[in-house]
Design a binder for this molecule. Sequence first.
Ligand code: UDP
Length: 355
Amino acid sequence: MLPQFDDTSVTVAIVGCGGFIGSHLLDAILERTRWRVFGVDLDFYRVQHRLNHERCEFLCADLADPAVVERLAKFPLVVNLAAICTPSRYMAESCEVIRSNYDHPAALATACARSGAWLVHFSTSEIYGRTAPDSGELVEDSTPVLLGPVTASRWSYATAKLLAERFIAGLSGLKWTVVRPFNFVGPYMDFMPGVDGEGIPRVLANFSTALLRGEPLKLVNGGKAKRCFTSVHDAVDFLFALFAVGADPKRCGGVLSQAFNVGNPANELSIAELAGKMRSIFAKVRGVDVSTLPEPQVVSGEEYYGVGYDDSMRRLPSVVKADSLLGFKARIPLDVALEESLSWFVKHYDTGASS
Ligand code: UDP
């Protein structure tokens, strides 16, 4: 059972505390509870404003270090957000992707099974694999998984995440909950290529970068794939709903040994439609006419990402389980989430360094 939110004697561990989701979770824990946080990451730029906070301790490390894994498992709750989760890296760095998404979580899960810590592990909606354009709702415990050809190294990430889920579920004595995020968006997501990262970030950061630089948005294979973009604030609210049940002695057992989709099915749209919306929002933020922005360009997946790229054509979450076990439903509409993300991106990066 988890401590109550006003318990000052407790420390929770967040692995990947300096990342996109971790930074929002850290803020929420400090603002909504009296818990202490032990945060592990290799980079803390997103949480600089918390570095001297009296209820935080940070460690610059990763799960490759067995001593760090043992230390983490001593806390009552360990949230594991650490992962390589940028599709452009799945082809060129597939072994690193597998280490970060299988080897490291498996070591952490093994240590938590020994210590009795509750492991909240972030998996991915990508484990549902190479979904077709007409795929229906993806249901946590019943939708079958079809991954693309073994030669398509795009699936290195999904394969590793899926194996980690199976390992966690099979590990005797482990108290676990798995979260499958559906395209979370918000401030501090990813990076701007050439400024604070290299390569191709996920679509939102990529489109935001192109808009700021006056370049065309690139529609991979025509932008026909669909996603349900979900605000990171909904993701944090999901975690608080989970923690609240975890702290309730009568209900805490109900969230263990469960995988939850976390996504907003009402926010579904194609990537081509996303490009249209982001162009309009950018034009509004900048006070220019949308017709002055370059038209989107179609590119092939292999040309854009490299050999081995493949795609999920639709990712529509069933959200029945989170609603029935936690009373949680994502509530932030697409336009609000996109406008917040894009406005943040423009403000954060538009310093002249981007051009
Ligand atoms: N995509 C695109 N243009 C870009 C980046 C991505 O058309 O500049 C497409 C990509 O092929 C996929 C979708 O947008 O169909 C979402 O890609 P993302 O990298 O954000 O992550 P995914 O949801 O595939 O994990």
